[in-house]
Write a protein that binds this ligand. Sequence first.
Ligand SMILES: Nc1ncnc2c1ncn2[C@@H]1O[C@H](COP(=O)(O)OP(=O)(O)OP(=O)(O)O)[C@@H](O)[C@H]1O
Ligand SMILES: [Mg+2]
Length: 283
Amino acid sequence: MAQKKFWQDSGGNRPPGSVPHGLMGPGGRKTRAEHARPVPGDGKEIFVELQDATKQYVMGETTVNALAGVSISVHKGDFMVIVGPSGSGKSTLMHIMGTLDHPTSGKVFFDGSDISVLDDWHLAMLRRNKIGFIFQNFNLIPTLSALENVLAPTEPLTGNKERLEERAIELLRKVGLGNRLLHKPDELSGGQRQRVSIARALINDPEIIFADEPTGNLDSMTGRQVIELMHRLNKVDGKTFVLVTHDQSLLDYATRKVFLLDGSITRIENQGAKGGGEHELSV
Ligand SMILES: Nc1ncnc2c1ncn2[C@@H]1O[C@H](COP(=O)(O)OP(=O)(O)OP(=O)(O)O)[C@@H](O)[C@H]1O
Ligand SMILES: [Mg+2]
């Protein structure tokens, strides 16, 4: 059985892009963001949009302003690299963009839907069908083989088991691990573990992949191989990527460069196809 799409899971045969029941704004007005249309100038559709998003953590008497009002759009096909020093809010921003967390104030639109009106089940379906995540420490299950780890996000199984296994093997081959299918994480090198986690992020064929310090635990050569693999997935397969990192060298790969400091975006640069940087915003 073909895997259900997010909009099918909420009942009925809605066309992609329509808003499921319960996702309508006041008075029945669609909450689908009006900005989910081609953007004048570059023709690319906005995929994720944050409007003045803040995040505060209250710790007893102290309040940490992890995000201080961030507005940013990820376009389909982007390879966005967000850089900033430790504590600048990169992981917080990535979690909010990836619907793993909600902002304290401000709006998040994901593929045109205002995520604040989605319940936990719809958010889980959205993540499962549309988003892949890659983390610095790989987050692999130590008792499972590489193949089983790649298959883990497909549980509980809704599709054809054999077909999914074939796909997992194909993905592991694609990341250069066709000969390591049965190895457990502690029988793999750091770079190989990260490549397993990339294959795992791709198993549900997501449209967008969020990566938090994907090269942070790797030596520079292995890190470069991993980033080049992600870059190929962007260029060849058209996957949208959002990477957060403190490693400025990853900016070389970016179509959009975002600079974060103390919870605020200080600069965004769009990289032209011929490598020329267009200055978009400077605060
Ligand atoms: N759950 C939390 N509770 C309280 N404060 C938090 C929490 N998570 C993050 N913070 C604080 O919010 C700020 C931003 O944290 P965040 O993890 O987003 O930074 P980062 O840029 O990813 O840093 P690093 O490069 O070290 O991973 C930091 O000052 C951090 O101490
Ligand atoms: Mg972080």
